[in-house]
Design a protein around this ligand. Structure first.
Ligand code: NDP
Ligand code: 13P
Length: 347
């Protein structure tokens, strides 16, 4: 059995701690707020993030990062994207021996446009980093913590590391696959949040299932277009970290991104929506990154771009939908048609 430290005592860190405890591992759940960790240890509950779910006995909360990671070789990084660099800077001061980092965050950093695994490789000195693995897929903490059937994928440049993480987490309700395509898995996990915000807006405006299916399908088209330009395997987007996560996030009431979008569609302002959520809504920052990425790679991302206008330039959500519907007519498989036309010209 392994000793694992989970950094981030929010919804996802806590749900994954339950999975690892069920698998018999010794789990150290680290959080940066002393009173929160003390309450977790005292009540064996995480009242703020997963109320009503009893926590297992072999889960211990830690406030000192140094104590949490002592003699631990596997670290699960479960904080929001905007906190990743800060937590890694504390981690590299707290360890002497190399660790395997499993990250579970779904975002891209605006400005640098880095994926999380790239940030980890940048922040951790090589002598302190064994490997980086991302664990991602359709998996709401609320359901995992109730031990409801869930599937995810473990991806790494080093397939042996991905398999190690598969073995660590897999059990009768949490099924873990492996995938060597870390780029595709990270891009799919981050960008589906943008489409979920848009799906929430559509539902908030009162549009129906046709509109939602359109957003999911055309959303997947723009995620795949960008992902492939960034080096992902196109097949990853028809897997758990692609269409799988897109479906769950666009259709589940558990999704913070969908819920935030829903409130925006009902006419609430972004600031008040984010304030009322009390949990991270990753899609907001990632929309900024997606706009920058679509420009950098010259990839058309109409949904991400119009959402950017809604979030940051107060574009009316209804007008945003009208703008999407009124785009210049095009082929559904635009890129494929271009490829085929070029090929015919060459023949
Ligand atoms: N929830 C889910 O179902 C899933 C979430 N994810 C991803 O996991 C990541 C984490 O999300 P989730 O757990 O849901 O988020 P939550 O908002 O539920 O919790 C975030 C946690 O991170 C802590 N935190 C924030 N900033 C820092 C910091 N600088 N140092 C230390 N801790 C910090 C928060 O502390 P505080 O309480 O003080 O704010 C809180 O405990 C996100 O990228 C999300 O997309 C992936 C799959 C499923
Ligand atoms: O990534 C998730 C489910 O797979 C969680 O999505 P939200 O952050 O929208 O709740």
């Amino acid at each position: 059995m392994a000793k694992v430290a989970i950094l981030g005592a929010g919804s996802w860190g806590t749900a994954l701690a339950i999975v690892l405890c069920d698998n018999g591992h010794e789990v150290h759940l680290w959080g940066h707020r002393k009173e929160h960790i003390e309450a977790i240890n005292r009540t064996k509950k995480n009242e703020k993030y997963l109320p009503n779910v009893p926590l297992p006995d072999n889960l211990t909360g830690f406030y000192s990062l140094k104590d949490a990671v002592e003699n631990v070789e596997t670290i699960v990084l479960a904080v929001p994207t905007k906190a990743i660099r800060e937590v890694l800077s504390q981690l590299r001061e707290a360890i002497d021996l190399p660790v395997l980092i499993v990250h579970v965050s779904k975002g891209i950093e605006p400005g640098s446009l880095k994926r999380i695994s790239e940030i980890i490789e940048e922040e951790m000195p090589p002598h302190l980093l064994k490997d980086v693995v991302v664990l991602s897929g359709p998996s709401h903490a609320e359901e995992v913590s109730l031990r409801q059937p869930t599937t995810v994928t473990s991806a790494s440049k080093n397939i042996q590391a991905a398999k190690f993480v598969q073995d660590l987490f897999i059990n009768r309700y949490f099924r873990v696959y492996t995938n060597p395509d870390i780029i595709g898995v990270e891009i799919g996990g981050a960008l589906k949040n943008i489409i979920a915000l848009a799906a929430g807006i559509s539902d908030g405006l009162g549009y129906g299932d046709n509109a939602k299916a359109a957003l999911i399908t055309r959303g997947l088209a723009e995620i795949s277009r960008l992902g492939c330009k960034m080096g992902a395997n196109p097949l990853t987007f028809s897997g758990l970290a692609g269409i799988g996560d897109l479906i769950v996030t666009c259709t589940s009431v558990h999704s913070r991104n969908w819920r935030a979008g829903h409130l925006l569609g009902k006419g609430k302002k972004l600031d008040e929506v984010l304030e009322s959520m009390g949990m991270v809504v990753e899609g907001v920052r990632t929309t900024k990154a997606a706009k920058q990425l679509s420009e950098k790679y010259s990839v058309k991302m109409p949904i991400a771009n119009v959402l950017y206008e809604v979030l940051f330039h107060e574009k009316d959500p209804k007008e945003a939908v009208e703008a999407l519907m009124a785009r210049v007519k095009t082929h559904e498989m635009e890129d494929l048609v271009n490829i085929l036309e070029n090929r015919n010209e060459e023949l």
